[in-house]
Design a protein around this ligand. Structure first.
Ligand SMILES: Cc1cc2nc3c(=O)[nH]c(=O)nc-3n(C[C@H](O)[C@H](O)[C@H](O)COP(=O)(O)OP(=O)(O)OC[C@H]3O[C@@H](n4cnc5c(N)ncnc54)[C@H](O)[C@@H]3O)c2cc1C
Length: 357
């Protein structure tokens, strides 16, 4: 099959590199390039790709193409679709690989249509088997894994993050071929005037975090003294998230309490729900607290490699083969201790840096 593979990326928001997932796509593109004896082209989109192109200069691509300029600084359908189309046409690749960033998820189906090609999203793996390309993706809430083959070319594939090893290499100076794209007036009608986003420490869903911290309904239940301690629970959890950088998940029972107008943790929404009717996040480690470990919840832990849980109940679901380690303990006490240790660690690091300075 493929004589030529294009690895397509846009620069990161900071503008100095590519989003983390792009390096994972590049790793996959290089693997396939080798397996299929194909040629690799890298395509970049952004206001200025000088720094970002340097990070992939030594990846071994035959060509590095770019569409640059102020019109291509921010995510914007009309400009991104035109830039991606121009790069795809110039590269003439049969296979186009791109990261499943929100910016690309919005535009690449449109690009496939313009190129008379086809597109697949949410792909987790791509392999060459006997010279034939096979893409894998999950359906039906991660219960069925499908293997997809396509005859149509170009085939655009958006790869999910966290599933493939990233390419790493020394920064260099890349030889970039600029492709001129002049946008028609009709493509400039929408102007991005700024971005309003929650403060980064208010943003509790962090797909790139090493740890998934899950809070269950137990945090809001009556404790040993016969009373709930919601304020204390909120402080303990938020302090832990801040100090550890973990991503926050919740059980259905906990996130549903908002709708039932009970007192709940203010920062927990349905977007945090992990499970059968929730999300299936991907993190190397997971820590569950005050959550029973029922099957419909644990379904969402499928891609968490190392699982630990804290529960008062030695017969909870986690003890029945759902976790690697269960701490039978009071999560309020465990988290208070963990936060103290994390504060101590950051103080030690601070002192070490101060001494080194
Ligand atoms: C079709 C279907 C789909 C579902 N989908 C989902 C889903 O997507 N996600 C999901 O989460 N659920 C889902 N559920 C619900 C699921 O079955 C459970 O009811 C739910 O996950 C229970 O939440 P929980 O463990 O937080 O609460 P509980 O079952 O109330 O457990 C609370 C736990 O906290 C512990 N605890 C209390 N205080 C402390 C303390 N101080 N220290 C330590 N531990 C303490 C208790 O021992 C208890 O085990 C689904 C159910 C169905 C039928």
């Amino acid at each position: 099959m493929s004589g030529s593979i294009l690895c397509l990326a846009h620069v990161s928001e900071a503008g100095d590199a590519l989003p983390k997932a792009s390096y994972e796509v590049l790793g996959t593109a290089l693997k396939l390039t080798k397996q299929l004896n194909a040629k690799l082209t890298i395509g970049l989109i952004g206001a200025d790709v000088t720094a970002a192109s340097g990070t992939v200069a030594n990846a071994g691509a035959e060509r590095i193409l770019a569409v640059t300029g102020p019109d291509f600084a921010t995510a914007h359908y009309a400009s991104d679709v035109a830039a991606a189309e121009a790069i795809c046409r110039s590269a003439g690749a049969e296979l186009v690989l791109a990261p499943a960033t929100s910016r690309f998820m919005r535009v690449l189906a449109g690009v496939a249509h313009r190129l008379n090609g086809c597109v697949d999203t949410h792909v987790t793996a791509l392999e060459a088997v006997n010279g034939e390309l096979q893409a894998m993706r999950w359906h039906y809430r991660q219960r069925i894994e499908a293997v997809i083959r396509r005859d149509t070319r170009p085939w655009i594939v958006l790869l999910e993050s966290g599933c493939n090893a990233p390419w790493t290499g020394a920064i260099g100076a890349a030889k970039v071929e600029e492709i001129a794209v002049t946008l028609p007036e009709a493509a400039k009608r929408t102007v991005v005037t700024g971005v309003r986003a929650p403060k980064s420490d208010a943003q509790t869903i962090r797909p790139d975090a090493d740890l998934l911290f899950v809070a269950g309904a137990g945090w809001t239940k009556k404790q040993a003294d016969g009373k709930p301690h919601i304020d204390q629970a909120e402080t303990l959890i938020l302090d832990f998230l801040r100090a550890s950088g973990a991503s926050l998940g919740g059980s259905k029972s906990l996130v549903d309490q908002t709708g039932e107008s009970q007192a709940v943790l203010g920062f927990m929404t349905h977007l945090n729900q992990v499970g059968q009717t929730g999300s299936t996040p991907r993190h190397p480690k997971g820590l569950s607290t005050c959550c029973h470990g029922e099957e419909p919840h644990v379904v969402g832990w499928r891609f968490i490699n190392e699982r630990r849980a804290v529960n008062l109940d030695p017969n909870c679901g986690w003890a029945r083969g759902k976790a690697d380690v269960l701490y039978v303990a009071d999560a309020f006490e465990v988290l208070a201790k963990l936060n103290a240790l994390l504060a101590q660690r950051s103080q030690t690091n601070f002192e070490a840096v101060a001494q080194g300075a």
